[in-house]
Design a protein around this ligand. Structure first.
Ligand code: SAM
Length: 310
């Protein structure tokens, strides 16, 4: 099933604040004021049982994950207009009150394109250090983790997404989490064992350049990522510079980025052609289309590698 969860159309970012440009001045305001969301690392909560409290777990492409549509209703209020949620301050969560939401409360179509590509190309995660950038649900990083990645980092702009969606999803996909789901509720998820299993996963929220500063300063000798996975993150051209710098600063010289995107995002202006042009002009990375999905609006899986690997 290659459809997104929720009720997005394939051609528009109906769920994104950025698409609110169609009906309001939100995009303009947003584009004039680049994101400054400070980055932070999210520790695994002590009480992992609590993490799954009040969550409904569904399965998609064989992966259990918390229901984001139910979550969104609970977090953002029942009657918000889908196209305009950025201006809603119904949530008690601080980063949504400030009004910038980047779309992570939903699983976007291109995530499934990348998942399909992993299988088709037999992408090898074993022993790799992986970043799921703009992770939302975190399914890409979860597959890397299940595939034997040495370390997986998850980043999303919104801390609420990390706390309420990414972290619970990683937990339900861990070995204990999966076993725990079969047990009656009180027995679910044994904290210590799970924390050990997930020791190689780290979680971050915040804007990309802030995130880079945080991880690069978090260890004396930060080891760069072998693989950066990113889906539906190139819709806004105003973020290209920050995204390009993130790849440049965090990717190992022999590493690669696997990026999945729609060809074009109407109303916001970004898309694969524009992003590849941006990247090629900077002359740091080689870009290569790996997969073109031609049903309705074209979607593309693109690889980026350094022009001059180490
Ligand atoms: N990758 C997920 C998927 O395919 O379902 C979520 C895609 S969502 C449309 C875009 C994601 O990119 C958001 O979750 C947000 O966290 C991230 N993002 C977009 N712009 C960002 C920025 N300037 N800084 C940090 N994260 C950003």
């Amino acid at each position: 099933d290659h459809k997104p969860v929720g009720n997005a159309t394939s051609s528009l970012f109906r769920d994104s604040p950025l698409n609110a440009a169609h009906s309001s001045t939100n995009l303009q305001q947003h584009r004039k004021q680049p994101c400054v969301s400070v980055a932070k690392e999210h520790a695994l909560p002590q009480d992992l049982k609590k993490l799954l409290e009040n969550k409904v777990v569904e399965t998609l492409s064989g992966l259990p994950h918390v229901s984001v549509s139910i979550m969104k209703m609970a977090l953002l209020g029942k009657n918000f207009p889908e196209e305009n949620i950025v201006s809603q301050s119904v949530s008690s969560h601080s980063d949504l009150i400030t009004g910038v939401y980047e779309g992570g409360l939903k699983i976007w179509e291109c995530t499934f394109d990348l998942l399909a590509y992993f299988t088709k190309a037999n992408v090898n995660f074993a022993g790799k250090k992986v970043l799921d950038l703009g992770c939302g649900s975190g399914l890409l990083g979860i597959i890397a983790f299940k595939g034997g990645a040495k370390e997986v980092h998850f980043q999303d702009y919104n801390s609420l997404v990390i706390d309420e969606v990414t972290l619970p999803n990683v937990v339900v996909n861990s070995p204990s989490g999966e076993d725990g789901m079969k047990e009656p509720a009180p027995k679910r998820v044994t904290g210590l064992k799970l924390a050990q299993e997930l020791g190689q996963c780290r979680f971050f929220s915040g804007e990309w350049s802030e995130f880079c500063d945080l991880v690069l300063n978090s260890e004396k000798h930060f080891i760069k990522y072998d693989l950066i996975l990113t889906s539906e993150t190139i819709y806004n051209p105003d973020y290209y510079s920050s995204l390009h710098q993130t790849f440049h600063r965090l990717l190992d010289t022999n590493g690669r980025v696997l990026l999945a995107s729609k060809a074009h995002y109407f109303g916001v202006g970004g898309g694969v052609h524009l992003f590849r042009k941006f990247v090629e002009e900077r002359n740091v990375f080689e870009t290569r289309a790996l997969e073109i999905i031609d049903d309705g609006l074209q979607r593309i899986v693109v690889e980026l590698t350094f022009k001059h690997p180490g």
